[in-house]
Design a protein around this ligand. Structure first.
Ligand code: PMP
Length: 417
């Protein structure tokens, strides 16, 4: 596949026909949640209308077909990140997947089993994490007596790997970090962090929420032990996400939720569990959402992830270059680096929420606030930023409309300097 045919892509997204107060919608909030192409909407509806049945049960034809579609979806989504179906656990989203990992390690700590923590062990995260990849580790540390440490972020937004190298040591048991921060947009050096972690035998946990929708991602090649991402950020539905794990790690980690569908023999006193991934999938699964997520990754695969990344790189440069030319803009983490199309910035003298309001008046949708990364905002001395993030359907003209609106913000509020 060559360059993206953005006009054709746009025709696939029904929501792009919407107007906001009379202006065409310019959707620059894909990092919060992406819009959905018709193929995804159709896949979910078609399954519910024509194929719905409980999977892994039932002797009837519809149940067998539903099971096949569900397991095909697992293989399809796994292949999208270079993995085999067995290494993919369905969850309700990245938050659920990251909490699942932390809770499983918590259970291993109680059992005294492999990957369990004891007091004084260390968990390393970065200063740039989304709360979803921070608070579960805070909780795990509090529960086990482990110590939580963080790799600092430099002024330019890159991770301080020298400090990371000093932090990751003999007591480090877990190193958890984002592939791409949802505020900085910079692609982090996964291989270097994995090498540091594996040199001391620590587990690596990758938050791939902001990379899987935008870059070619091969999780086994990256060498991470575990990874999480969310369907709704990658053109898929809500209520579905993924925990990827190397089979050795998934096999060793204890179950967290227990109940139906994850067992072999159950007596009144005890239960035998199925192997992973079923061991982590207690209860009825989000079947229609899984099938629709498979449609989303097929859609992205048909565009070609290298083409998606190239298109978004072009938009990212245009956005960043344009913001550099506007007075009073401070971009968070402005390093020249491999990036996704995402910029978070402050406008001097104007609150982020007011910037958002001015843009909304022109139909331009951006996110304002701390983007669930309060420690990172604190590190940069700000409480709120404006974040614009693009997707496969975003055009250069839309970026220009956004830049034009931002360039008028300070005058609108009568801010000089
Ligand atoms: N990590 C990152 C980097 C994110 O951007 C998000 C979503 N904002 C999450 C984790 C959490 O994802 P979800 O809310 O879909 O569980």
């Amino acid at each position: 596949t060559g360059a993206l045919d953005v006009a054709a892509v746009r025709a696939d997204f029904p929501i792009l026909a919407e107007t906001i107060g009379g202006a065409p919608l310019v959707y620059l909030d894909s990092a919060a949640t992406s819009q959905k192409p018709r193929a995804v909407l159709d896949a979910e509806r078609d399954f519910l209308a024509h194929g719905n049945a409980a999977v892994h049960r039932g002797a009837h034809t519809l149940a067998a077909e539903a099971t096949e579609l569900f397991e095909d979806a697992r293989a399809t989504v796994a292949a999208f990140v270079g993995a085999a179906g067995e290494s993919l656990v369905w969850t309700s989203g990245a938050t659920a997947a990251l909490n699942l990992v932390a809770a499983a390690i918590g259970n291993a700590s109680i059992d005294g089993s492999r990957y369990g923590l004891t007091a004084g062990d260390e968990i390393v995260v970065t200063e740039a994490e989304h709360h979803a990849n921070l608070i579960p580790w805070q909780q795990l540390a509090a529960r086990t007596g482990a110590v939580l440490r963080h790799i600092p972020v430099r002024e330019d937004g890159t991770l301080d790997l020298e400090a990371g190298g000093r932090l990751i040591g003999e007591r480090t048991r877990v190193v958890a970090f984002a592939h791409v921060s949802n505020v900085l947009g910079i692609v982090n050096p996964v291989a270097e962090l994995v090498a540091l972690a594996h040199a001391v035998g620590a587990l690596t946990v990758l938050d791939a929420c902001q990379s899987a929708p935008h870059l070619p991602v091969d999780l086994p090649a990256l060498g991470v032990d575990l990874a999480a991402f969310s369907g709704h950020k990658m053109l898929g539905p809500y209520g579905i996400g993924v925990l990827y794990g190397r089979s050795e790690v998934l096999d060793a980690l204890p179950a967290v939720l227990t109940g139906g569908s994850m067992v072999t023999t159950v007596t009144l006193d005890r239960a035998e569990f199925l192997p992973a991934p079923q061991k982590f999938e207690a209860g009825t699964q989000p079947v229609s959402q899984a099938i629709a997520l498979a449609a989303a990754v097929r859609y992205l695969d048909a565009l070609g992830m290298p083409a998606v990344h190239a298109h978004e790189r072009m938009l990212e440069r245009r956005m960043r270059d344009g913001l550099h030319r506007i007075d009073g803009i401070r971009l968070l983490g402005d390093a020249a680096a491999d990036r996704v199309a995402l910029c978070a910035f402050e406008v001097a003298g104007v609150h982020a929420h007011d910037v958002g309001q001015v843009l909304d008046d022109r139909g331009i949708a951006v996110r304002v606030g701390h983007h669930c990364a309060q420690p990172l905002h604190r590190r940069f001395g700000v409480t709120a930023t404006v974040r614009a993030s693009a997707s496969v359907f975003t055009t250069a003209d839309e970026v220009d409309a956004f830049l034009d609106a931002v360039s008028g913000v300070r005058a609108f509020f009568g801010v000089s300097r």
